[in-house]
Write a new protein. Sequence first.
Length: 108
Amino acid sequence: MCALCGVLGGSDHWTEAASRPGLGSPATSAAARRGERMRRVQAANRILSFYRLHLADWQGTTYILSTATGKSELVDNLSHLWSVAEQLTGRLCDPLDPALLNWLESGA
């Protein structure tokens, strides 16, 4: 399958489900889904900045993960984020790394 067909034809991943407050079911509003997606990107970027990486949304269908030097990879969904981050950086990117957790707690 070509990359474009994969982007256009892919089904939603469970990490993409936006919830209506109190109901726990996927949001039907495009604006609500887009807002939730942007909040996920912001949260991920807070963690990824520790590794000098940046995540961006691409057309609400996939993500672009980039290094500080501009090297980039497409990320289908958030479950693939850490493996792609490790490929780009050439090192282990553990979201539970004590050094990362200390860095986040320090407000960096």
